[in-house]
Design a protein. Structure first.
Length: 223
């Protein structure tokens, strides 16, 4: 699904990530950890071709990202759902329409029942007409997750999805991510929360990637 061979990433000539080699297999569940500023968000951006590597080879769905044109990247992004760290919404549109936005962008019809089911799955059926500023942090994160999966992506990337949530809400979100993985989706979650990782490991065979000293390491099973 995602294959890196000696991938490097620089900003302004300074190398942030070096020599990253990894294969993320379909259906796998990974956490991505590392100190603040280590490059977790940058790594995720490479995985959805928001950034191009400055060195090495990065294959997404079997294609070298350097060979992708704009249309290819647009197609690829439909296969990768992203929950961003600061999940942004269009504040003047109700939640329902915000969640459905990727469908209209992709030129696909909205199936009202499908949308209703999706909002029900994230526990927001009652807030369908609410405006984003009226939602709590946990509700926004679940709405962002619904929006990220509405195009049925193969991969779900989540950047600190539980960053501002209390433990109960973090577990609720984790349950949704585990469910997605059980449906066959590949899941990568950037997080600082070791308790979240422990909780996930009790439910799925999650692996832990760690960025440290510019390198990507696959951590042992001892977290
Ligand atoms: N567009 C950019 N141009 C220059 N430097 C950048 C850019 N984006 C990120 N950086 C720098 O790269 C480093 C890594 O940033 P990144 O957001 O990937 O880290 P992170 O591990 O996700 O951090 P955090 O855990 O705090 O969210 C930071 O020092 C950041 O300032």
């Amino acid at each position: 699904m995602i294959e890196l061979r000696s991938v490097a990433m620089s900003y302004g000539g300074t190398e942030l990530l070096s020599d990253m080699t990894l294969k993320l297999m379909a259906g796998s569940f990974h956490f991505l950890t590392g100190p603040s500023g280590a490059g977790k968000t940058t790594f995720l951006k490479l995985c959805y071709a928001e950034l191009m590597p400055s060195g090495g080879q990065l294959n997404l769905f079997g294609q070298d990202v350097r060979d992708l044109g704009r249309d290819d990247i647009a197609m690829l992004r439909r296969r990768v759902g992203v929950v961003h760290q600061d999940c942004q919404f269009l504040d003047h549109l109700p939640l329902l329409e915000n969640v459905a936005l990727p469908l209209s962008v992709a030129g696909r019809a909205v199936d009202p029942q499908e949308l209703k089911d999706l909002l029900g799955w994230v526990g927001l059926a009652g807030q369908a007409r609410a405006l984003p500023p009226q939602l709590s942090g946990g509700e926004r994160q679940r709405a962002a997750l619904a929006r990220a999966v509405i195009l049925s992506p193969d991969i779900l990337l989540a950047d600190e999805p539980t960053g501002n949530l209390d433990w109960e809400m973090s577990l609720r979100l984790l349950t949704l991510l585990v469910e997605l993985n059980r449906m066959g989706k590949t899941v990568v979650i950037a997080t600082h929360d070791l308790n979240l990782i422990r909780a996930a490991k009790a439910q799925v065979p999650a692996r832990v990637l760690r960025i440290q000293n510019r390198r990507l390491h696959l951590a042992g099973a001892d977290l």
